[in-house]
Design a protein around this ligand. Structure first.
Ligand SMILES: *C/C=C(C)/C=C/C=C(C)/C=C/C1=C(C)CCCC1(C)C
Length: 246
């Protein structure tokens, strides 16, 4: 069940290899976050559950995407975006749960979810409906720029906007610092995705990299962002639990 032996992965097939290792890493991470709910105080159990859901949902999609890619050699664009449209809003939930302690309102959560949905819908149109040929560049660049507006909104909110201001008001240094770490993931980790996007037909990097490398970039970015994000939340939860017990 874990190893679906339909076809062996050729040693130089980096796309298939990163789908495979991505799958195992996501699965392991979700087991870890789920089990570790037992080590944190009740206040933090929801945050760890959300971390486990993010990597768990990704694991299910990676299981499928790996098979799809091995069988067809194509990019599993549709399932990639189904995965993201579920997991990126859950990352917004993490920001909300962390800043809720400093007074965040539900409206903050909805703004972040709306911006991430915009970012992903525009990205999907850019990838899935690329006309190829002479129209590829204009299509890819237009939807890429529209998508980036959603990304910039989230980035701004986390570094300077409501999330940053609420974190600054928090009376816990752990939460302040933790939100800053998550901000670095959004700034550096999330910026890997547009690199992948630009490798596609018509993209600004398409003369330097092949369209197959899109999935390698996405798979590396997902592992860093989903697992790394979860680990930051985990360490905040552990540190805060220790304080509560002290
Ligand atoms: C777990 C999945 C995550 C954190 C996915 C994040 C995806 C992005 C930040 C994608 C951003 C894009 C742009 C900013 C422009 C080009 C199109 C996208 C969708 C690749």
């Amino acid at each position: 069940m874990l190893l679906n032996i339909i076809e062996p992965i050729a040693p130089d097939n980096y796309v298939a290899f990163t789908f495979f290792t991505g799958y195992i890493a996501m699965l392991a991470a979700s087991v870890f976050f789920f089990v570790e709910r037992g080590s944190v105080s009740p206040k933090w159990k929801m945050s760890l559950l959300v971390s486990a859901l993010i990597t768990g949902i990704a694991a299910v999609h990676y299981y499928y995407m790996r098979d799809y890619n091995l069988a067809t050699g194509d990019s599993p664009t549709f399932f990639r975006y189904v995965d993201w449209i579920l997991t990126v809003p859950l990352m917004c939930v993490e920001f909300y749960l962390l800043t809720k302690l400093a007074g965040a309102k539900k409206s903050l959560l909805w703004k972040l979810i709306l911006a991430s949905t915009w970012m992903l819908v525009c990205g999907y149109i850019g990838e899935a409906f690329n006309p190829g040929g002479g129209g590829a560049a204009a299509h890819s660049v237009t939807w890429g720029i529209l998508s980036t507006l959603g990304y910039l909104y989230i980035l701004y909110n986390v570094w300077f906007g409501e999330v940053a201001q609420l974190a600054a008001k928090s009376n816990s240094d752990t939460i302040k610092q933790g939100v800053r770490y998550l901000g670095w993931f959004v700034l550096v980790g999330w910026s890997i995705y547009p690199i992948g996007y630009m490798c596609m037909d018509g993209g600004w990097l398409s003369s330097l990299m092949s369209p197959e490398s899109v999935d390698v970039w996405y798979n590396i970015a997902d592992a860093i962002n989903k697992i790394g994000f979860g680990l930051v939340v985990y360490s905040i939860a552990i540190a805060e639990t220790k304080k509560e017990l002290a």
